[in-house]
Design a protein. Sequence first.
Length: 596
Amino acid sequence: MTETLDPYDVSLALRATGLLRELNRPDVLTAADIHVAARLGELGDEDDERVLLAAALAVRGVRHGSVCVDLDDVRRLAPDASWPDPAAWAAAVQSSPLVGTGRPLRRDGGLLYLERYWRQEDQVCRDLLAREAQPEPAIDVDRLSAALARLFPGEADDQRLAAVVAATRWTTVLGGGPGTGKTTTVARLLGLLLDQPGPALRVALAAPTGKAAARLQEAVQGVAAGFGQADRDRLGTLTASTLHRLLGSFPGRGTRFRHDRDNRLPYDVVVVDETSMVSLTLMARLIEAVRPDARLVLVGDPDQLASVEAGAVLADLVAGLTTRAGVGAATVGTVTGLVPSAAAASDGWQHGVVLLGRTWRFGGAIAELATNVRDGDPDAAFATLTGGTTDVSFTSDGVREDVVGAATAVRAAAEQGDAAGSLRLMERHRLLCAHRSGPYGVDVWSREIERWLADERAGPPEGEWYVGRPLLVTANDYALSLFNGDTGVVVRAPDGGVRVAFPREQGAVTFAPSRLADVQTMHAMTVHRSQGSQFTRVTLVLPDEDSPLLTRELLYTALTRAQEHVRVVGTEAAFRAAVARPAARASGLRERLAGR
């Protein structure tokens, strides 16, 4: 029987032949992957189908978050396909005019890169190792010791170690899960650095999103409020910005910035929070813009979801540097003299990596469940989830009550014109999904929640800008200082009209609805969007077990958004599949950093 193809089906590369045509399916190669490979072949005078297949797979890898592809591992994508002979395939790729220095593709060991990503990965590695090879920063050890005793009086040893490592090194990676005190440590280590003699250090705080930047600024200022007057005066009023704003973005040029290797940032200390959300491209731009004699502190949770773009940089930095041979540039004697427990700690701190382990924000079953998931133990995780405790549950019961109850409380405060109160109440419960669309996605659940709320409301609909409507900003608006990922709520204005409130350091700021362009109703949110946020209660909706988004990192990220209770809605098979499936992001960065 002859196969009939729809000539208007945009998912099909109609001119593809052989294995490219065979693999032109949604879960392997899209039409775009094949078209890019075909165009490269035309430009490079390459018609070997095996090479074009490799190029299409490299393009696919970036689309799925990888910066390269291991051709020896791709057979798992379609075990029944007629893949080329491995040795002949590797030889054809290696000898192709498309592969080599300055060519579209670069082969490095067993990995195949698009040239752009190979250069970025190579640059990040070289710049980080060059920073480590420099002489250590000059410090006054006696003054550092006094400040350590003053600013870390009862803090855990790992927090004290992080601060001392940051003082004695040019690059520090501060990792840990939610509630382990990362931002508390950042505020105190800044006080430690600013207490050193010499000109006052210029400090920059940044994060990938506006919401994460606002939370970093709020957290640092909150901790600093407990300092003595002299330390508060030295710290001053620090403000945080997005990484794009820090680097100086150009309209229409998303990957190049005003600050680069030829125009460095003017700061002496640069702190970046939520580094797990930073892509390889953005990390390359950041590191080249930071002066070699400026301290760089990268903060985040290496077990969380990585950037929506290519790369898993924070996880690669932690894995690579903690296994790197030899002693880093930090003065080991100084560190162990100030923090004796460092001698028994992991050697990772000698290369600038300190992982905080103690959870301060939450504990009990949520912490146990998150640990089980992070460790990849489906049996222990499911036993904890179904153990009958009050802070975790595996059921769809109570979802409507939680959603309607939280929305009703927000609406009541919004009707009273209480902007700050409405924004606080929005954090009472959040429904999270893996997907944006589809039967288990944000769009479907948002419509369902709208129906629930309509059933609860009396009277006719109020129109688009109804009081209590939760909003999500979907694009940066620098004129209003609103950023992608910010959340707000419609509140009643004193004149009887409505305004839209967004959180600010001093409470809230309001805007007329007509001034807002890129916003959408937010009754549910993707797990990716939730990074950097905390909610009292969380409901997580799992997709089918075969969803490619259902990974250990997604599940861990969702669970650790909750402070008091997390509810998982889905099947046991989907939950177990998520725990057992780590995110597969191919990269060579950790091996480069480890020196392998």
